[in-house]
Design a protein around this ligand. Structure first.
Ligand code: 5RP
Length: 220
């Protein structure tokens, strides 16, 4: 937790007055959002776009002014967490189920910073299952397509109930054989009718901040 906190807090040093900020989702993003709340309290003037309903609740709790993504032309800076990242800054996200909004926000951002503890950096992606957001309509057929690709999909559940995303969709977690051929997998998934978005984030990050035992490491 300390590593996540250090990374989250460090990232807030890149925030400037007047920015439109994208607020990520997850336990690392929590520390960043908490610090942004403190900065707002001390007079920082920003507007923020949240990447999930849970982040919206947190931002409200910390009195961070929110706008919807459709009210802004672009976002100046997004700070978000990751589940796994390789040396080329390819990442798997969506462990918290917010991948669609996270990718949407990242795609309209001028700058993206990912924050993480040292466990998230890997040589090759694939130990963490790849989440994809799928539509409920016809989901059994979508799952069958994923099976046929030998991606070993598991429908995400909350206890026994099917997990429902903020967009009222489902998540299939894919256990794909390592090493993940990221571009090929992304292309195949995007070709499946009913796959809304994947948790593969390729070429979407400018800087990473890793919390470790001695402090933080920044890679650009
Ligand atoms: C949510 C995400 C999170 O950024 C990712 O799961 C990292 O979470 P945490 O900071 O709690 O480890 O992609 O959809």
């Amino acid at each position: 937790m300390e590593q996540k906190r250090m990374a989250g807090v460090k990232a807030t040093e890149y925030i400037k007055d007047g920015m439109i900020l994208g607020l990520g989702t997850g336990s690392t993003a929590y520390y960043m959002i908490e610090r942004v709340g403190e900065m707002v309290k001390k007079g920082l003037k920003i507007q923020a776009v949240a990447t999930s309903e849970s982040t919206t609740r947190l931002a409200n709790q910390f009195m961070i002014p929110l706008v919807s993504i459709d009210e802004v032309k672009e976002i100046d800076l997004v700070i978000d967490g990751v589940d796994e990242i390789d040396p080329d800054f390819n990442a798997i996200k969506g462990g918290g189920g917010a991948l669609f909004r996270e990718k949407m926000v990242a795609k309209v951002a001028k700058e993206v910073i990912w924050i993480m503890d040292s466990s998230k950096t890997v040589d090759a992606l694939g130990a963490f299952p790849l989440p994809v957001e799928i539509l409920p309509y016809g989901y059994q057929h979508i799952m069958a397509r994923l099976e046929r690709l030998q991606y070993n999909p598991k429908l995400r559940r909350n206890n026994k109930e099917i997990y429902i995303t903020d967009n009222h969709n489902y998540i299939a977690d894919l256990w794909i054989e390592k090493p993940l051929k990221v571009k090929e997998v992304e292309e195949k998934l995007k070709n499946i009718t009913g796959v809304l978005e994947t948790g593969l984030f390729l070429n979407l990050c400018d800087r990473i901040i890793i919390g470790n035992d001695t402090g933080v490491k920044i890679i650009e």
